[in-house]
Design a binder for this molecule. Sequence first.
Ligand code: ZN
Length: 479
Amino acid sequence: MLSLVTEQFEKIALRTDPTLAIRLLASIPDPIFQRLQRMRFRHTLKIAAKAPFYVEQFAKRGIDIRKIRQPADLGDFYTSGDDLQKYGAEAFLTGRAETAFETTGTAGSETKSVFFSNRELDEMGRTSALGLYQLGLRREDVIVSAFDVSFWVSPSVLRTALQYLGCFHVEAGKIPPDEFYERARRYRPNVIFGEPSWVARFSEVAAKRGTWPMKFLFAGGENINEATRRQIEEIWDARVFMNYGQTESFGVIGCECSAQQGYNRNELNFYFETVDTKPDGEGELVFTTLTREVMPLIRYRSTDVTRLLDDPCECGLFAKRIAKIKGRVDEMIVCGMGNISPWVFAEMLRGVPQASDEWQVRVWHEDRIDVVELKVETSTPQNGHSPDALGAAVKENLRTRFPDFWKNLEMKLYDLRIKPVTNDSLRTTRKLKRIVALDEPPVDSIPEVHIIKETSRVNGHVNGNGSSLKKAVWKVDQG
Ligand SMILES: [Zn+2]
């Protein structure tokens, strides 16, 4: 009964003006808010239990949903991206879908469809509007968005949110930064939305061609490294705020506030947990949707590694937080270098002038040793930055910032190869996979000077065109 009253209160609060809505929501005591979450969870579970995927899984595990009070009661039951791929989104459907979006997938993985109703889109837009209002967005602001409109959820959520705030809004789509600069400038936007890597490139263009007054820039869709953020902020003399979300979550899981210390989590629409949690609280973020009726997700493994922060944020907002994302579960690997994940390399590149934020690591085993190859797009390859200077700067950062990894390098537990590459050569899909583990040495990785190349036929293998399959055999020239 109390939860139902709270739910009505929350609904009314969300329909008032944003300042009042935030005040009203903040006034709900924590225990009562948690009861509201549990009520929504049980409602979601009841709906989900009709979908073929959950029917099968709950039966297999002997889960009686009448006995489940909170997500943890489901024991080791989780839903994953692999499940979505294997069973198909249709196996998760419980209501009539009115729209669908797709996950990007990094190179090599397939996209997944996720279905929604317009009501769900509307609810998400309303909550997002509060987050943006909290950052200072107002009716008089002019927004141009460079979010990629192709099958991606973010532009729709943004459009719905802005409807509530009443801002002027132009959707440019993800077009080349210099074209955007030319065409967006006539509207004099004072708030710009885009993916972090795109915003960084756009800001480089603006640094050369001239800036104008900006309230803030808003980036989402991937992580940003702090050095890049500071560079963008200096160029515009404005803050860069980050959003954290996934297509599966329908956009906003959490939004940064003025403190830029993690994401204020959206607990109106999600229940958060972590799994495989280390003693320091770090683990894989798991979320359960609380207000979705078309394709509810129960304990969905985000593959993102982070911590749940329950202490109050310095900005004073009532919402609890998700710490900055450390990396993806499948990008954290153990090799001769140590236990590595993307933030390690971001840190090695921090402060290296010729390095851009576009980089990728490949790891493989070769001649009884692990090879860690770091490819970095260099912003100004011809301006006197030699590959040696880049390598020296990165290695110096490794030595001073990661003494353990440095020691392993000195002990020859791994080989570190740092390679500058040209701009726009690494990113093949919207998301750049930062660390790729390879089963065997890639043919393009071995420096020409060190090898003799022999090409031989592989016996018995013929490819689809009927021509013989050739495999390059590489031999290290010891001479
Ligand atoms: Zn805050």
